[in-house]
Design a protein around this ligand. Sequence first.
Ligand SMILES: C[S@@+](CC[C@H](N)C(=O)[O-])C[C@H]1O[C@@H](n2cnc3c(N)ncnc32)[C@H](O)[C@@H]1O
Length: 251
Amino acid sequence: MLKSLLKTVFYRLGFSITKLRPAVAAGAVGLDQSAGRVMSMIHAESPYQNFPLADYPEDLHGWGSQSPAFDQLLARLKPARIIEVGTWKGGSAIHMAKVAQKLGLAPEIICVDTWLGAVEFWTDQKDPERYLSLKCRNGYPTVYYQFVANVMHQKCEALITPFPQTATIGALWFRRYGIKAGLIYIDGSHEEDDVYADLVSYWDLVLPGGILVGDDWGWDGVRLAATRFAGEQGLSITHLADKWYLEKASS
Ligand SMILES: C[S@@+](CC[C@H](N)C(=O)[O-])C[C@H]1O[C@@H](n2cnc3c(N)ncnc32)[C@H](O)[C@@H]1O
């Protein structure tokens, strides 16, 4: 009875007492390179091992990937760990990796994406940037492999960790292992309820002094969700180049 009650309480707090594992060092904003890397916790073998790179010429088409906002946020925060929700072919993750390298940083950039597209990717079978770029094989998208190839073409394997999951399950996993990040980029589904859910899930994973940055303020779903969440939390929304962000107070 007591055990079952404790289990329920721990579960609600994001833990499983039967499978409690040591949390990875949470990292920190700033040049704290003690943050443990999570690649080997997600992948039993490297996703880059034995990859048929020659089959996938580089194709880095994306949206808002090269924003100067990333350069400014990385220079300011010097994060040891970055979480990106919504990666597609890797444009923004690779850009952040390159910016980090120029700054002499080596963050782990964990990319959470199903690589199955968002709703607008499935509404026009003639759209070369969305539906056709999913590159369905036997009815199932293969764009993940284009992302892996792009990371390898750009030689960013050491910094970029794919996490092929839904935003929701990704957040649960980070929470279970106590993994937080100095910078979190939200660019997944742009539907209001989904964006709001991503903000609720990922805001808790931002380190004190860190930033949650989002794309596509011009989308109604993004703007409505961000405004609602910021209002509820008493946070200000700052606009930087084509991005918007929320800052977590330093503890
Ligand atoms: C706009 S694209 C990301 C663009 C990318 N940041 C870039 O630089 O080009 C949105 C991505 O979010 C992913 N996505 C949509 N809903 C998701 C969800 N619920 N969980 C995980 N990924 C999701 C899609 O598969 C797609 O790759």
